[in-house]
Design a protein around this ligand. Structure first.
Ligand SMILES: C[S@@+](CC[C@H](N)C(=O)[O-])C[C@H]1O[C@@H](n2cnc3c(N)ncnc32)[C@H](O)[C@@H]1O
Length: 376
């Protein structure tokens, strides 16, 4: 296996010594407390929320703290810098999928079979294929079956080692080369007929699909080359979910999978709010408003996001247990009728994880919603 990990030299004490006083104070506070919210930190150092937020975010960008959160509460904790630049967030909120979950990915037959068919339809004998985030190497081996020579890239060292083993033990070593690296840190110099990348997740929030593909297409894709997948579309729809467990209310962002309770039928049309083609350069952030019209008078308390993926022109994969399961953003109960709109303000970074998600929900009369849209 080829190891291409770049380990940056990092001197903690030298870095801390050069920090501005407020950042040094906040870093000491975080080390003492382990984890602080923005409001706690501002109260502890007696400075304004804005000043403290800027200083904490600066510490995050230097890799000295990591940020997390749920709903709109952001917290900061001691974080180790990752030389490879891959966040240490783990499934299901981050880009890293520990080895123990790869059997589950393989077991999701709808997912794996859709990729197998797409690869068989797209890859030709003699092609050069790059498989980004190869995991166990399964998609790389499908591409080899179609006659390609494959470079399979995986950032997680333990997973890359497993891929190397499975490629060898299944008899593909002469056709699939495993490279342990963050694909964004690899150089150009490969002309790929096909780039495969399965770093997909619902609404493209947690995994690095867009950022990795933006980089890979520029570096490696031949002008007449193809990507698998081709495109992804995300929609939002109103639902009514039951957040009560043992009489207590737990309004949490959740996937309608992995054994979680389902919220039932959609109470509005599904409104498309995001579409990407992976052979183009795409924005890595979303900041949008989405108006949903209730289909009947009812109570709503959640927005369900669903992502469909076109693997080829003809093969479209919808949510399945380990591939973009529906994601519900909860809010307080709202009584609504079809003459009204429910407006969702939504922003997040693609690949930036759930801590980047911010949203708000409000009820609008149809006339007000139209006026708002016109003045934008
Ligand atoms: C959803 S899994 C897909 C695994 C495999 N391709 C499959 O379909 O079963 C995504 C994989 O991408 C890897 N990954 C995430 N970010 C990466 C990056 N920047 N460069 C290379 N691999 C990455 C993760 O460690 C994980 O193994």
């Amino acid at each position: 296996m080829v190891r291409r990990r770049i380990r940056g030299a990092f001197d903690f004490f030298d870095t801390v010594g050069r920090l501005p006083p407020l950042e040094r104070q906040l870093l000491r506070l975080s080390h003492r407390e382990g984890r602080v919210t923005l409001l706690q930190a501002a109260a502890a150092v007696g400075r304004s929320k804005n000043e403290v937020e800027a200083a904490l975010e600066s510490l995050v960008s230097q890799g000295l703290l990591s940020a997390g959160g749920f709903h709109n509460i952001r917290f900061y904790e001691i974080g180790l810098p990752t030389a490879a630049g891959v966040s240490q967030d783990r499934f299901p909120s981050g880009p890293s999928i520990p080895l123990v979950y790869h059997f589950n990915l393989l077991s999701d037959c709808r997912r794996t079979d859709a990729f197998r068919r797409a690869i068989a339809a797209c890859v030709r004998q003699g092609d050069t294929v790059i498989d980004l985030g190869c995991g166990t190497g399964v998609l790389a081996m499908f591409a080899a079956d179609a006659g390609a020579t494959v470079i399979a890239v995986e950032a997680d060292p333990m997973v890359a080692e497993a891929a190397e083993y499975f490629v060898r033990s299944n008899g593909y070593a002469s056709r699939v080369r495993v490279v342990e690296a963050d694909s964004r840190q690899l150089e150009d110099g490969i002309d790929a007929d096909v780039i495969i990348c399965e770093m997909l997740d619902t609404a493209l929030i947690a995994e690095l699909q867009v950022e990795v593909m933006n980089d890979a297409v520029k570096k490696w894709l031949k002008p007449d080359g193809h990507t698998i997948p081709q495109a992804a579309v995300t929609t939002a729809e109103l639902v009514h979910a039951d957040y009560k467990f043992s009489g207590m209310d737990f309004r949490l962002i959740h996937f309608e999978e992995y054994g979680a309770r389902q919220s039932g039928p959609a109470l509005s049309d599904a409104v498309e709010f995001h579409r990407v083609r992976f052979d183009q350069d795409n924005d890595v952030s979303i900041d949008t408003t989405i108006d949903m019209v209730p289909s009947r008078p009812c109570a709503v308390n959640g927005v369900r996001l669903c992502t469909s993926v076109a693997l080829t022109d003809d093969i479209v994969a919808h949510g399945s247990p380990w591939f973009n399961p529906p994601l519900v953003l909860p809010f307080d109960d709202l009584e609504v009728k079809p003459s009204e709109r429910v407006r969702l303000g939504l922003s997040y970074g693609l690949g930036a994880g759930f801590s980047s998600v911010r949203y708000s929900v409000s009820k609008q009369s149809q006339a007000r919603a139209r006026r708002g849209k016109r003045s934008k």
